[in-house]
Design a protein around this ligand. Structure first.
Ligand SMILES: [Zn+2]
Ligand SMILES: [Zn+2]
Length: 100
């Protein structure tokens, strides 16, 4: 599948390579990649919204690793964020997911 074009954050509206704003529901916690606004990890006040790279978090990783849902699944054909969530780990340094 072809890579999608980068776009503004669909929640807080920041441009690619900017930090998500407070209260953005697309933002991941920089510490572990969990959803920022509901992050309940033990991060001792270090929770902060992560950088935004122009795609919903995990979307680009799905293209990179070839994780797609089937055309006849309930989601239709597209990035398989659930599969990614199971297989990947968050990189605090790069603020993205990696597999392996
Ligand atoms: Zn945002
Ligand atoms: Zn956190």
């Amino acid at each position: 599948m072809e890579y999608p074009k980068p776009r503004k954050c669909g929640s807080c509206g920041v441009l690619p390579a900017q930090r998500h704003q407070e209260g953005c529901d697309w933002a991941r916690c920089t510490q572990d990649g969990s959803q920022y606004w509901v992050c309940d990890g033990d991060h001792k006040g270090k929770c902060e919204p992560c950088m935004y790279w122009g795609y919903y978090h995990g979307e680009l990783e799905c293209y990179e690793y070839g994780l797609f849902t089937e055309k006849d699944s309930i989601w239709g054909e597209g990035p398989d964020l659930n599969a990614l969530a199971v297989k990947s780990t968050w990189s605090k340094k790069d603020q993205r997911y990696y597999i392996g």
